[in-house]
Design a protein around this ligand. Sequence first.
Ligand code: NAD
Length: 310
Amino acid sequence: MSRLLIGKTVSAALLPSLQNQASLLKEKGVEPVLALIRIGNRLSDVRYQTSIQKRCSSIGITCRPQILPENCRQQDLLRLIRQVNQDMSIHGCLIFRPFPPAFDDALIRASLAPEKDVDGITDASLAGLFTGAPTGYSPCTAAACMEILNHYDIPVKGRDVVVIGSSLVIGRPVAMEFLKREATVTICHIRTKDVGKYCRSADIIVSAAGCRNLVTASMVRPGQTLIDVGINPAENGGICGDVDFSNVSPIVDAITPVPGGVGSVTTAILARHVLEAAEKASRPFLVLGPHPLKMDKRMTAAKRHCPSIS
Ligand code: NAD
């Protein structure tokens, strides 16, 4: 049996410093606040919201959930985001995705103030990740993968990494995180002809495809580390990852379970980003919160796409 990379162990190790950071902010009179914007009652979103609220309350971060009905209009969502942008008492905002299919994903992402974008969805955050500039926040799941490797002292520099999945949510950001740490990265996706060929040659495999039993025993070898980001419905009614866990785990060196792996670290990373955003907003002599000029530019751009925004 390989070494299990347990998410709870990683988040438990992060907790004391996060609690300490929240206390220090409160001593300065800053109450860290995270807005959560959800549309409808999708079960996975409700569960994720519950775990975020639990994590935040254990650290000392206040969550403000805002729930829109499933049949809401895009402009309702944009209006809510604008309120969050303008509310100086809110430091970070997470918007549950995917949005309803008729909504304009790029427009909605662009309407969130980058300084409150603690889940790295805006182009401004992603640009920082891609250029290596220390601006914005990495998407929490991508950062959680790196935190797990860091916690378990699994080296990254100079190693061969395969990322399965090329979405802006996980695949691409996590690939950039590895590149930043000087790994050699290959990204596989649905059109990749032989994912197994790339996996077998890698030192570290990150699977973020959302495809049950995608990574099988014939695609791995001893000495590898496997990070399973996938969340799929399991036959027993629970959830499972992308990896055929029972057949793969005896072969590789280290592996994250699902549940209990990456997902458990994601909320701790989110909390860390909220505290960072609150800390930045509390610094004296800086423009606090969204700059009014930038806000105007964002709203002008949003109105150009969607003239009905008031
Ligand atoms: P997505 O559907 O946007 O992207 C999936 C990617 O995987 C695409 O690039 C696609 O080309 C690739 N892919 C799909 N099937 C493949 C196959 N058979 N072979 C090779 N590539 C394949 O999904 P996403 O938003 O990136 O999420 C991916 C998975 O991660 C989902 O299961 C999602 O539920 C999960 N997820 C986990 C967390 C967490 O904290 N653990 C957070 C968010 C999402």
